[in-house]
Design a protein around this ligand. Structure first.
Ligand SMILES: Nc1ncnc2c1ncn2[C@@H]1O[C@H](COP(=O)(O)OP(=O)(O)OP(=O)(O)O)[C@@H](O)[C@H]1O
Length: 312
């Protein structure tokens, strides 16, 4: 199937000299929910801002629904709705006016019934005559979504849609995203929450230091993410790992006082019970033990390491 967005060889170096985006290729499928996952400063906003025509790329091309976003900007832009991270909307306007105005900006004929529908879907209908400045932060965010949808885009970008929003709004947002997808809208969202990607996305891209290091179906990625780290506080420090433990991938930490084992908590056999038995058999005792879910940072580090070894 022809992708709805084709990104080829895209890079961005800001005037400061910082390369925020390394050469990137990505094809977004029509009708999918794609989550771009990455820590602060990874380049998520840079990537989506280029696709939305807000930031000029240093090199590369983006085709959105058959239109080159630079050569054919207006057409490409009219297919796209963007909900930016920051709230940028006119404080003195009413909700109704600001959403209707947005629609007009894209050259769409007025359609009161459509605007009413999106305001209702976003629980904003009873606020339609309220001035933006009188709304709560969560309501303002809903207005940003209504604006982005005002011109009936086929592709919707949500930049960190749930950063700093309450549980209720997050739930509403997710419900709305699913509803839009049912209508055939392609959705690309950026997030640094794994749970958000897990809950929402069909596919996930991981971006780290300007590099898109992996793009995978969510289910496959979630398997990789289900890793845990077991740390054993040893009674006696070890200088080296005994050969009897070579069946497990272990690391000595804290100058030999800690033994660390990273395992897949989704696997049928995690290797934890057998490791415990082997330790007991060879007389290695421990004072305490703890497990923790691998953090996003660990996972990224793991993925980077893995992609480097695979490339080598
Ligand atoms: N206009 C700019 N000029 C110079 N550097 C910039 C500019 N905008 C972003 N950067 C830098 O580019 C890098 C990527 O930033 P970007 O906003 O794309 O990251 P992000 O993944 O969206 O992060 P966050 O999750 O914090 O929003 C960062 O180091 C940032 O400081």
């Amino acid at each position: 199937m022809q992708p709805v967005i084709s990104i080829e060889g895209l890079t961005k170096t800001y005037k400061s000299g910082l390369q925020a985006l390394k050469p990137t290729d990505l094809a977004i499928r029509k009708g999918e929910i794609f989550a771009l996952l990455g820590p602060n400063g990874a380049g998520k906003t840079t990537l989506i801002s280029i696709v939305c025509g807000i930031v000029t790329p240093t090199s590369g091309t983006v085709i959105a629904d058959g239109h080159d976003i630079q050569k054919d900007y207006r057409k490409a832009r009219s297919m796209i709705g963007l909900v930016p991270q920051e709230l940028t909307t006119d404080a003195f306007e009413t909700v109704w006016a600001t959403v209707t105005f947005s629609r007009g900006l894209f050259g769409r004929a007025p359609n009161a019934a459509y605007v009413e529908q999106i305001l209702r879907d976003l629980s904003l209908w009873d606020k339609k005559d309220a001035k933006i400045m009188t709304l709560s932060g969560g309501m303002k965010r809903r207005v940003m979504i209504a604006k982005a949808l005002s011109h009936e885009p086929d592709i919707l970008f949500l930049d960190e849609p749930t950063a700093g929003v309450d549980v209720e709004l997050r739930r509403d947002m997710w419900a709305m995203v699913r509803k839009l997808r049912e209508r055939g809208v392609t959705i690309i969202l950026t997030t640094h929450y794994i749970e958000e990607a897990e809950e929402m996305a069909d596919r996930v891209g991981v971006i780290l230091k300007g590099q898109l290091i992996l793009v995978e179906d969510k289910t496959a990625l979630m398997k990789k993410l289900g890793r845990k780290t077991l740390t054993l506080q040893l009674q006696e420090p070890l200088e080296v790992l005994p050969p009897e433990l070579s069946d497990w991938t272990l690391e000595l930490k804290a100058e030999g006082h800690e033994l660390e084992y990273v395992f897949d908590s989704n696997a049928e056999k995690t290797g934890v019970p057998s490791l415990m038995r082997r330790l007991s058999d060879i007389g290695i005792g421990f004072k305490d033990l703890s497990t923790r879910q691998s953090s996003l940072e660990d996972i990224f580090v793991g993925l980077v390491h893995q992609s480097k070894t695979e490339a080598a």
